[in-house]
Unconditional design. Structure first.
Length: 102
């Protein structure tokens, strides 16, 4: 019997190879895994994270160019994850601030 290779999407939002995430660092891949796992285990709906990300990018886009700094998608992504974790009581605001200072 010949084996058939199948691959499951990383997340329901990854419906094609074009939507599959790519990462510049191992830490980014791990953060994505944590974000997906927490959502899939019901700690927050995935769209809560997506809406935080959209809002954060929107704020960056509407800021004056002098205040934007360089485009760093992962920084927006991480900020959205931090906010959704705080919003849903998974991490305290003080812990996020302490980690940012470290």
């Amino acid at each position: 019997m010949e084996a058939i290779a199948t691959t499951a999407p990383l997340h329901e939002s990854c419906v094609t190879d074009a939507n599959a995430p790519s990462f510049d660092a191992e830490s980014q891949r791990r953060a994505f895994g944590v974000a997906v796992a927490l959502s899939e285990f019901g700690h927050y709906p995935w769209d809560a994270f997506q809406q935080r990300l959209i809002a954060g990018i929107g704020r960056w886009e509407s800021a004056p160019a002098a205040e934007q700094g360089s485009w760093q998608y992962y920084e927006h992504w991480l900020a959205a994850l931090e906010r959704v974790l705080v919003d849903h009581g998974l991490v305290a605001e003080e812990e996020v601030r302490a980690l940012r200072r470290a």
